[in-house]
Design a protein around this ligand. Structure first.
Ligand code: NOJ
Length: 742
């Protein structure tokens, strides 16, 4: 449709018809079935009202969405198609590793490819918009939703966020109506990643400086990449819930950041302003939200029941409604829905694409690239499948299909490759002998998860399970412990005060170690866990997060060395929860602690180190890499100059490996305190044993900018330090001076 036609359409619509476009309800309210991602009872709607709504969420499948669209269009006065939205977070039917794990790949290419597959599968299932990427900076692993972010670093999140937007929306020069393209949705605007105490939905108390510098950056990058939608966050910032924050939406998002797409609220977030205590009732909540610039009210009845009256009573200008509706119609038009309301929706294509060989291959590759090898004493890994030794795989994840993270539905466990299947395929016909034992369930008896899921202990003889495991360990040369938290201990509403693996599993590890200390531990998790009790008792430790459909194959690939581990931590691993928040880019203090342990009057704890267990960016390979000193193309930089920083990275081990070379900058002195280090570049190099390669990074003035003491976004002349190394602890550096600006 031409813009003019959209304008004519808008002009013809009644107030109620327009407001209908601004309402989104869950698909289960239209027809039977659907997936619930929030409370079911936040909306009551009549058949007449639902005939006018503009979009639905959480209903999938070509057959059902085709029918819903057909019937809906037939009944709508202007035959305006519905927008179908869904949380396609780390894959639709082929499940990729959770976003936090994708962050550990440090690879925009892989992340874009994974999002592309997710988009293609979602598009044929009838979906037009995914509620992704989540670009919240996350620095508190107690918060369950860290699993849905790519990590603690704004720069990395920005790079990976842009990659996701390209993957979903088809990339540069593509239009949303193109085949396999869906709209992305940046969330959660803003700063949802910093709830107090790591408690989901809690308020955010950070300064405007931190907010702008560390939280807005990734959202901004995705806006610039052309993402068509933004979701408001549940939390308040500066004591105002985001969906009511006019300054945030109209000034920051639209004016400063230049976003001109659709703003949708989070699930019932508009009505929740009443609980927040800033609206008397849902009528006032509706007024605050429309004034702030929320175009679509997701799963509350505030707009549905009150917007029209607010306009008629002169409290809200109809112009605001028109602007919002035009943005929604434009999105529908950009997706090509007026010409083809079914877009890519096709049962035949579902059969062809869902979890097809090509998609599975990518999922396997992405999963393997996301695993982080924390420790490998005595080169216990990789395991040798040609040996005559016995391996015991022990633990509740040894033969478990729940490897897909808490934002993957509809759940299809039969598609997941378990460790047992992956290892079975790898070892069949080889001389190595493999034995299996579960040892214990994932959860302790009575342990609660976000979905109120509990292990059923009535049929379980825990002692027998543990004894069998210990006996298996006795007969083995090497034990592979497959442990971790449950998928539903993470995700929305999945905050934890204790971030350890369940007690039973730790007990199992302790008992196994009494009879065999040749232990490789594979850890499943949706967050950084307290791991010291595990790393102390294991010779090798591999973090596999929630690896998805091809998890078992990818784990077998890495354990047996067919693929070398290359993942790097996208979030710091704390020693203990008491250190939280702990992140690599922390700020310098007046009383620095140089040793990590507290002696005298310096920054830190009496009873804990200030150092993490493993820093951001850390991850081993089966080989080792050496870094030469850094050379800089010049030592003085004028505003328009580019400095090239170069190192030679060499593989000094005895097998091939991929290194993620990381560039960090430090502003040695600023008008405000500057972070210890800031990640500003990443390059991956694959090197054969004995091979060396030059790796160069371009440093520009723009990379040095920050909010100065007067909140101007500038760079300040002075000394800068350039670090290049294998993780954020890198101490290999060179220095240059940024000259006075003319
Ligand atoms: C609430 C979550 O915060 C949001 O991320 C999600 O997209 C919506 N529910 C819809 O499921």
């Amino acid at each position: 449709m031409e813009q003019r036609q959209l304008e004519n359409l808008l002009r013809e619509m009644t107030l109620e018809e327009k407001i209908g476009q601004m309402v989104q309800i869950s698909g289960h309210l239209l027809t039977e079935g659907g997936i619930l991602t929030g409370p079911a009872d936040t909306v009551e709607i009549t058949g007449e009202q639902s005939a006018l709504i503009g979009s639905i969420l959480n209903k999938v499948g070509a057959k059902s969405l085709h029918r819903i669209q057909e019937e809906y269009i037939a009944g709508h006065p202007y035959h305006i198609p519905l927008l179908m939205m869904f949380d396609v977070i780390n894959g639709m039917e082929t499940i990729f590793p959770i976003p936090l794990a994708q962050g550990c790949t440090f690879s925009p290419e892989l992340v874009e490819a994974a999002a592309r597959v997710a988009a293609k599968e979602a598009a044929v299932a009838g979906i037009h918009v995914t509620f992704s990427p989540m670009l919240d900076t996350v620095r508190d692993p107690r918060w369950g939703r860290v699993m849905e972010s790519t990590g603690e670093d704004p720069w990395l999140n920005a790079e990976l966020g842009k990659a996701m937007v390209r993957g979903y929306q088809g990339g540069e020069n593509e239009v949303l109506s193109g085949a396999g393209n869906i709209s992305g949705c940046i969330k959660h605007f803003a700063a949802y990643g910093a709830p107090e105490g790591g408690r989901d939905y809690d308020n955010v108390e950070i300064s405007e400086r931190t907010f702008r510098e560390d939280y807005l950056r990734a959202y901004q990058a995705a806006v610039e990449e052309g993402c068509a939608m933004v979701m408001t966050s549940f939390n308040s910032w500066n004591r105002i819930p985001s969906s009511a924050n006019r300054w945030l939406m109209r000034k920051v998002l639209r004016e400063e950041m230049g976003f001109d797409g659709v703003v949708i609220s989070d699930y019932a977030a508009v009505a929740e302003m009443v609980s927040h205590g800033i609206a008397e009732d849902s009528r006032e909540a509706a007024k605050l939200a429309i004034m702030a610039g929320v175009d679509i009210d997701m799963m509350s009845t505030a707009y549905l029941n009150h917007l029209a009256d607010l306009v008629r009573d002169g409290e809200v200008e109809e112009r605001l409604i028109d602007e919002a509706v035009m943005r929604i119609l434009k999105l529908k038009n950009d997706l090509g829905l007026f010409e083809n309301p079914f877009k890519d929706c096709s049962e035949e294509k579902e059969r062809e694409l869902f979890a097809c060989v090509e998609h599975r291959e990518l999922a396997r590759k992405a999963a393997a690239a996301s695993f982080v090898l924390l420790k490998n004493e005595g080169k216990l890994l990789p395991l040798d499948k040609q040996s005559r030794k016995t391996l015991a795989f022990i633990g509740p994840y040894a033969e478990n299909t729940e490897l897909y993270g808490s934002w993957s539905f509809p759940v299809k466990p039969e598609r997941t490759v378990t460790i047992r299947q992956g290892v079975g395929q790898k070892t069949v016909g080889n001389s190595v002998k493999v034995v299996w034992a579960k040892g214990c369930p994932v959860l302790n008896e009575g342990m609660v998860t976000r979905m109120k899921y509990r292990e059923d202990y009535t049929e379980i003889d825990l002692n027998r399970l543990m004894d069998d495991a210990v006996n298996a360990a006795k007969t083995a040369d090497t034990v592979v412990m497959c442990l971790g938290e449950h998928r539903d201990q993470t995700g929305e509403g999945g905050s934890r005060a204790v971030i350890r693996i369940p007690e039973n599993q730790l007990e199992l590890l302790k008992r196994v170690r009494q009879v065999n200390d040749n232990i490789v531990t594979v850890i499943f998790s949706g967050r950084p866990l307290e791991m010291e009790e595990i790393t102390e008792r294991s010779k090798a430790v591999l973090m596999v997060w929630m690896p998805g459909t091809e998890g078992g194959n990818a784990i077998a690939d890495v354990l047996f060395g067919d693929t070398a581990p290359e993942g790097k931590l996208s979030m710091t691993l704390p020693r203990s929860a008491g250190q939280i928040p702990i992140y690599y880019s922390q700020f310098r203090t007046g009383r620095p602690n140089r040793t990590g342990t507290k002696i005298g009057f310096c920054n830190g704890y009496l009873d804990e180190s200030t150092k993490p267990l493993y820093p951001f960016g850390f991850g081993l390979s089966y080989t080792a890499f050496d870094y030469s000193p850094i050379t800089l193309s010049r030592k003085e930089m004028k505003k328009e100059d580019t400095i090239t920083a170069t190192v030679t990275v060499s593989n000094i081990g005895d097998c091939a490996g991929t290194e993620t070379v990381q560039l960090y900058l430090r502003d040695v002195k600023g008008s405000v305190i500057r972070p210890m280090k800031m990640l500003r570049g990443v390059q991956k190099v694959t090197l054969q044993p004995g091979e060396g390669r030059e790796v160069s990074f371009a440093i520009t003035e723009e990379m040095l900018e920050f909010y100065d003491a007067d909140m101007n976004y500038v760079s300040e002349p002075g000394l800068f330090r350039v670090f290049i190394g294998t993780d954020s602890g890198a101490d290999n550096y060179a220095e240059f001076t940024l000259m006075q600006h003319k």
